[in-house]
Design a protein around this ligand. Structure first.
Ligand code: URP
Ligand code: ZN
Ligand code: ZN
Ligand code: ZN
Length: 467
């Protein structure tokens, strides 16, 4: 029991509406909304009143792409579920969907159980799981059906990383055919990893070892080619497709064309592709390693097409692909060989603020901000309207957001367990003030008041976003 809370005087923003309304929370859920000052709202009594005058009242962020504790390149992503979900809450995110990993030679069940064990009792906010499928065979195909039934309804496959997570086209087609039957959604890491590995070898042989070559060998054309191939395989299978971490103009074009044909093809991009570029990868003294992720950062010109895709709904979701590795001791594993730099960027704490900055900068509207960061990810991955909106019956995952506060992003002040910020020194307007998760205060006027173990596992239905 968390009793009754009323949030008064704020501007409630959802994907569809902006209304000056008071919000009543009861037993962890939104009980009612009523126009401020009306007799209905005035009549509400509550144990706790939050004054949101001059602030936005928005749904908690839904980040459907995180990798807490991911094993990668001989090390582990540096945020645990405890540190990573606490940082997420600081940044106004109240639900994550993380990727459980099936290792080659092991069952999906083993992988999923291992991820449950990592997360359970440690999270400040609610969480769900996708499953990385690294080994498609008759047994694992059967397991896909079982996982869908128990709320793991999306599966990531990799056209990249041969020998690690990689699936060939036959394995991809088989998994897609299965998902066409069981309602699962295939999430694709679309890069031609076989071709990339040839280019990596050739680059290293030429002595091109610096981080910037990571961006040069992982070519936009090879992202586009893989995106195209994934779309065609999904079309053959009659399955929907969600392409993760889209970074290249050419890949957006593939998605747009498929969507124009009426296919259930969806795309996600991430703040790093919208705000960072190959200029960062080229930073001297190995600093570029901080920006090594895959797909890679692209030349700045690509950003305009990503913003456009977000406005036209050729891209539907912005998630973080949060996969932090410390510069010292982790990114440094790749000194002298860019291919040994663990891939991934921190960002789970920064997403809501960066996308609000995009509102300030005129790239998207306020409602589109909520749509791409809260509502659509919840619908895409079967959590709506429990998550992703403010409406009677929804979980009371609510952020009080100060749209005028100024901040400077920095590793000195962030809460992610990583020794650098990808956005060090970046000034943004807008800041999370208070965060509720199922009616409980996790951040209270910029103080952490939550606790590890508050967050619970959230089983999901199948995709609610299909044509
Ligand atoms: O560089 C990245 N994106 N690391 C995380 C793993 C993945 O491919 O999403
Ligand atoms: Zn990926
Ligand atoms: Zn990822
Ligand atoms: Zn609690």
């Amino acid at each position: 029991m968390t009793g009754r809370t009323v949030i008064r005087g704020g501007l409630v923003i959802t994907a569809s509406d902006e209304i000056h309304a008071d919000v009543l929370i009861e037993d962890g859920r939104i009980a009612a909304l009523a126009a401020a000052g009306t007799p209905a709202a005035e009549a509400w009594t509550a144990e706790r009143t939050i004054d949101a005058t001059g602030k936005y009242v928005i749904p908690g962020g839904v980040d459907v792409h995180t990798h807490m504790e991911l094993p990668f390149g001989g090390t582990f992503a540096s945020d645990t579920f405890e540190t990573g979900t606490r940082a997420a809450a600081w940044g106004g995110t109240t639900t994550i969907v993380d990727f459980a990993v099936q290792s080659v030679g092991h069952s999906l069940r083993e992988g999923l159980d291992a991820w449950h064990a990592k997360a359970e009792g440690n999270c400040s906010i609610d969480y769900g799981f996708h499953m990385i499928v690294s080994d498609v065979n008759d047994e694992t195909l059967k397991e896909l059906d079982l996982l869908v039934e128990e709320g793991v309804t999306s599966f990531k496959q990799f056209m990249a990383y041969p020998g690690v997570f990689y699936s060939d086209d036959g394995q991809i087609l088989r998994a897609m055919q299965r998902s066409a039957e069981n309602g699962g959604l295939i999430m694709m890491h679309a890069e031609n990893g076989i071709a990339i590995d040839v280019l990596v070898e050739q680059a290293l042989a030429r002595g091109e070892t610096d981080p910037r070559y990571h961006g040069e060998v992982r070519k936009a054309l090879l992202e586009a080619e893989a995106t195209h191939r994934a779309i065609k395989l999904a079309q053959v299978a009659g399955a929907p497709l969600y392409v993760v971490h889209v970074s290249a103009t050419e890949a957006v074009a593939e998605l747009a064309r498929a969507r124009d044909e009426g296919l259930n093809v969806f795309g996600e991009t991430c703040p790093q592709y919208l705000f960072l570029s190959t200029d960062n990868l080229a930073e001297p003294d190995f600093e570029g390693a901080k920006y090594v992720c895959s797909t890679p950062l692209r030349p700045r010109e690509h950003q305009a097409q990503l913003w456009k895709g977000l406005r036209t709904n050729d891209l539907q979701v912005v998630s973080t692909d949060h996969c932090p590795f410390c510069f010292v001791g982790q990114k440094e594993l790749g000194r002298g060989d860019f291919s040994k730099i663990p891939n991934g960027l921190p960002g789970v704490e920064n997403r809501m603020d960066l996308l609000h900055q995009a509102v300030v900068d005129g790239h998207i509207t306020r409602r589109r901000w909520i749509e791409i960061a809260c509502a659509t990810p919840a619908r895409m991955f079967g959590m709506y309207p429990k998550k992703g909106t403010i409406a009677p019956g929804a979980d009371a995952d609510v952020v009080i957001y100060d749209p005028r506060a100024e901040q400077v992003m920095s590793a000195d002040t962030h809460h992610m367990n990583v020794d650098y910020s990808a956005y060090e020194g970046k000034r943004t307007t807008g800041r999370v003030e208070t965060v509720l998760s199922r009616g409980e205060l996790v951040i209270t006027e910029r103080e952490y008041t939550g606790h590890a173990g508050h967050g619970v596992y959230t089983p999901r239905s199948t995709c609610q976003y299909l044509n």
